[in-house]
Structures are given as C-alpha cells and as structure tokens.
Write a protein that binds this ligand. Sequence first.
Ligand SMILES: Cc1cc2nc3c(=O)[nH]c(=O)nc-3n(C[C@H](O)[C@H](O)[C@H](O)COP(=O)(O)OP(=O)(O)OC[C@H]3O[C@@H](n4cnc5c(N)ncnc54)[C@H](O)[C@@H]3O)c2cc1C
Length: 431
Amino acid sequence: MPLDILIAGGGIGGLAAALALHRDGHRVTVCEATAELKPLGVGINLLPHAVAVLDELGLLPALQAMAVPTSALVFANRHGQTLYEDVRGLAGGYSHPQFSVHRGELQLMLWREAVARLGTERLLLGERITGARLDGDEVIAQLATPDGRMVERRASVLIAADGIHSAIRRQFYPDEGPPRWNGMMMWRGTSLAKPFLDGRTMVQAGHRRAKFVVYPIAPPRPDGLQLINWICDRRLREDGLGGGLAAPGREDWNKPGSIEDLLPTFGSWRFPWLDVPGVIREATQLLEWPMVDRDPLPRWRHGRITLLGDAAHPMYPIGSNGATQAILDATAIAKAFREDRRVETALANYEAERRPMCARIVELNRQEGLDYILDMVEERAPEGFARLEDVIDPAEVDAFVKRYKAAAGHRQTTVATSPVAAPPGSSPGST
Ligand SMILES: Cc1cc2nc3c(=O)[nH]c(=O)nc-3n(C[C@H](O)[C@H](O)[C@H](O)COP(=O)(O)OP(=O)(O)OC[C@H]3O[C@@H](n4cnc5c(N)ncnc54)[C@H](O)[C@@H]3O)c2cc1C
C-alpha cells in the first residue's frame, strides 16, 4: 500500500528521498522553507556510491552534463608538492564516477526532476516546518508560510530533512543547543580560471592550521575558462580540535566572506600549477562557514517521524561526505519501506542501517580524517622536501587512506590507489 509521506526540506537529501520514494509508488509531498529556490552554495562532491543512487533514479545524464567527473584526489604540502594521489571514479575501480558539482545547481536539477515526476502540487515552496505531533496512525506537521499563516498537513510518515538547524530535531532534543565548532573557519569561493592539472583533479594542500582545497565544478566553457571551487581553511582557535566550541555567530551557509581575511595567510602560496592568491582575487563568490557539526544522536525516530541528511547527522565537510551521506540516507529509507510496509519497523530498520555509519563518519572527521596526512608532512618537512620517501612511508599513507575510505563506506570493486613519489615542484595528479 502506498504511503503518504511528507518531507520537510527540499535540499539534496530531501529531494533525493522524494525521488526514491515516489519511484517506489508512494505519495510524496515536499515542503521547502525557502519561498524562491536559487542556486545557493558553492561546490560539493558526490562520491561514487551516491552517484550510483542518482543513476538508479535516472539522473546520470543530467549529472554528466553539469558536473566534473573527478579523476583524483591529490594531497599536497603548502608548496604544492604532491604527497599522495588517490585515483577516483571509474579509473579508481569504482562502479561510478565521483562528481564535483555546484551545490545550488544540483539542488535545482533535483527540484526540476521532482516537479516533473511528482507534479507541481507536491513540491511546496515557502512552507517552513515548525513542529509535528503524532495522532494515531498519522503525523500532523505544523508549517509557517512567508505571510505569517500557519498550515497543518497530515501524513503517514514525516521525514525531517531540514538541514543543520532542523526544527524537528530541536523539538526532540530541545537542550542540544547550537552546532559545535572546532576552531576552523572555512572561506568557500568560486572563481573562473584556466583549467589546472587535467581539469578534473581535486587538491587539498597545506596543513592543520591553513589548508587550500581546490577543484573544478563545471565543464570548461567555450572561452576556455572553468568554474573552480576553492576553500581556504584557517584555524582561528587552537583549543577546538575534536569540536566542542561555540562558533562565532550563527552558522549561515550564505554569509559573505572577505578576501582580506585570506591574503595574509595564503598570499604567498604559489604552486607550480596554480597561483593561489591570483585565484582568490578572482573570486566570483566568497562565503564564510565555521567548521561545525553536532554530536551523534541516540535515536532519529520518534514514532512515525524520522530525520535525514544534515538534520540527522551534520558533519564536517571533510571527505566529500555531506551530500553523499544524505543521498545514501534517501536510498536506505526507500529500501526500508520496500522491505517492510509497517511504518515504525521500516523507520527503525532505516535507522539501524544508517545511524551507526553516520556516527562513525562524524567521529572520523573530528579526528581530521584524511587531513592527518597533511599534518604529518608539515610537521616533518615544513619547508618542503627533495624526496617524499625521506618524509613519509608511502605504505603508511596508503594504509591510512584505505582505512578511512573503508570506514566512510567507499566501495571499490578493484583497488587502483597508488602513492605517488613525485619530485619537488612536479605537478600532482594525472595531467
Ligand atoms: C543554502 C545552502 C547552501 C549550502 N552550501 C553548501 C556548500 O557550499 N558546500 C557544502 O559542502 N555544503 C553546503 N550546504 C550543505 C549541504 O547541502 C548539505 O550538507 C548536504 O547536501 C546534505 O543535505 P541536506 O538536504 O541534508 O541539507 P541541506 O542541503 O541543508 O537542505 C536542507 C533544506 O531544508 C530547508 N529547510 C531548512 N529549515 C526548514 C524548515 N524548518 N522547514 C522546511 N524546510 C527547511 C532548507 O532551506 C534547505 O533547502 C548548503 C546548504 C544550504 C541550505
């Protein structure tokens, strides 16, 4: 029997869930707080196991047209010397590509698909969920409209996919307080630039106190320029490792940042293959976001109500897991309803599959995830190196990367990662 499912939040997780549940025959309605959808945010990455889910939903051609199939993740020191190259996508032995894409464009694409498949009347803009209560076999959601009206909607299931400031999570955990900060501030920008390396590589360069992450998020344009996404991470507080601080100001994905905060640190970072201050100065967009997460919850489900995506497990945007894990939640909840139509059992099964995995990633990212490699090299060779193998044991790094990827749920059918021992100043990645 099809269920009436209400999803609060039309972000990437909510829309992926709407498409998966609609495909399985359920009547799905999405209520999105924003009155007008705009392509907000900058770049994100979709790992192959999330791309596989979108492929099952028939979205691979749309993704291929808008995104960049990432060829490798390269770790470099702050001089641009390669420490390690992790081959990604099909060449890395995965069943699907990894995609780098503009977050807002991806959300709009999913929204358009949902409108086409579910019908306009099921995609509701300007409805902000404020609370929900159980009523027998139903959930009653309370929603506020931009003109100040309150609306009630009934459903058999409520999925709260309303992001890091989730109103439903707050209802169930009123004492939780704001997200927790680790002392890092992230300036997230986009610039139009000539493609670097092979035009498909993601690079993370620097160390624990200052890191520059850069990757292209759209195919090259006819004029030869490409939209690239970059992130300058700077540690503002040393006492935040592992999390637990109060962030300076409310976390707002749309808060503008300033180039002046970046040039004193990154102004001298010139890689053989990229002029970092040049890219920063060319910013077409610059946003500021503290690196925050929340402690894993003891439970997501409350009767017929559950959480999904950032509402359930906000995590540091490390290891390309934010959108990826939300999409994996979406496919898991659809599967749970295919396997058991009893709402509470299905929601319990969904949670049993996803909650421990997401809690593990939250914890892993607090330990700095793959950034550990950068710190190790900065500590041992702050001025760079002549031979990488004098600084780190490539086998040690390789083992570390494999452990992280296994814990984060990467699924390689064949393993094609290889440590790269590059001469100083040589370009990392497959150019
Ligand atoms: C505007 C914006 C910009 C972002 N930019 C980036 C970025 O540049 N890089 C990055 O790594 N991550 C970014 N993120 C976060 C990233 O999209 C998520 O970490 C990830 O995709 C998981 O998605 P989600 O659907 O769980 O949450 P989100 O993408 O946060 O989506 C939540 C959705 O719920 C809506 N919403 C919020 N409250 C309510 C409510 N009470 N009722 C109904 N709807 C509600 C929001 O408007 C949003 O559309 C951004 C999120 C937002 C909302």
